[in-house]
Design a protein around this ligand. Sequence first.
Ligand SMILES: Nc1c(/N=C/[C@H](O)[C@H](O)[C@H](O)COP(=O)(O)O)[nH]c(=O)[nH]c1=O
Ligand SMILES: Nc1c(N[C@@H]2O[C@H](COP(=O)(O)O)[C@@H](O)[C@H]2O)[nH]c(=O)[nH]c1=O
Ligand SMILES: [Zn+2]
Length: 363
Amino acid sequence: MKRDEYYMRFAIELAKAGIGQTSPNPVVGAVVVKNGEIVGFGAHLKAGEPHAEVHALCMAGEKAKDADVYVTLEPCSHYGKTPPCADLLIETGVKRVIIATTDPNPLVAGKGIAKLRQAGIEVDVGILKQEADELNQVFFHYIATKTPFVTLKYASSLDGKIATKTGESKWITSEAARRDVHRYRHLHDAILVGVNTVIADNPSLTVRHVEGGKNPIRIILDTHLRTPLDANVVNDGEAETWIVVGSGVKEEKIAQYSGKHVQIIKMNQPKIVIDELLKVLGEKQVTSLFVEGGAEVHGSFIEAKAVNQVIAYIAPKVIGGKDAPAPIGGSGFAQMADVMNLKIKSVETIGPDLKIVALPITD
Ligand SMILES: Nc1c(/N=C/[C@H](O)[C@H](O)[C@H](O)COP(=O)(O)O)[nH]c(=O)[nH]c1=O
Ligand SMILES: Nc1c(N[C@@H]2O[C@H](COP(=O)(O)O)[C@@H](O)[C@H]2O)[nH]c(=O)[nH]c1=O
Ligand SMILES: [Zn+2]
């Protein structure tokens, strides 16, 4: 068993090579071992390209016959954009397949394991399952719900303010914390802010502090289409930009943005309903959504119970003032019995700031 964990840990490390670039696929790592020697390994790097097992078996060549193969996710058994790995493992004549976790994709979900066993291959499941599941929390959520995994992020002062009473907010957190935020932007398919943030901050919402970072799709919640025509997000062409508006917005108003680098998404209700929005984004293959505020948007996602992860950056500063805004707007919960409960997943310092990651407790 110890050897199995050793090789699976290596496969998990390999899987991380694809983090942030395999969407809408999961990240997967694979290691081929023969007579106690690693003879091949691989990771899935991009949707549509070969799967981890294919890379690993290709590297192993002849040595893959009668070998042990460690995979962090159940080998696929269907023809997606690539042929099924289970069939390749069988054709190759491997002896044993060790799997960390099953694949909830209805097209796979146990069929890969069944196929291998029917072919007489020994299959062990569950080695380092916890660590392997952690890698693909976004993929597992998306496959199950067809809506994006939502991370809500805010930066506040020690006394819980996201700006001064005059609306100033540059900067609350440090350069180091903001770099960390850019890493999350790179990892996400899309980033979302409300039109008030666009009006107040004129943000670019791009990834600048990360080498080779990819810019997520920029989504602006803007019920009445108030996004300034000269805003960065509308003019810089740096990233795909969608403005989500309510059904009451007039076509001639939408026409004003026709020459801009934006796509207007008109919902079928006057107000933007978060659950509807998430379905629309899921249909557009947005598997992960980074909600960066402001307070009203955060309030609407919390009230819709549409948050899967909260990341709070707390700066050792005191802004004060009853009129200075707090991170979560909206009407809020009246009774303590109704508040949103979370479990703290991690607390760390980044530069002078604190970073807390918390996961909502779904009863
Ligand atoms: N004001 C702060 C933040 N403010 C975040 C704003 O909502 C908005 O996303 C930024 O102004 C966008 O800037 P950019 O041009 O996209 O880099 N976020 C932070 O993490 N720390 C802060 O101090
Ligand atoms: N990336 C990955 C798997 N991904 C599985 O296959 C599906 C994508 O198939 P395709 O469209 O052909 O790329 C994806 O939804 C997930 O269920 N499976 C594996 O055996 N190994 C891999 O490395
Ligand atoms: Zn596969």
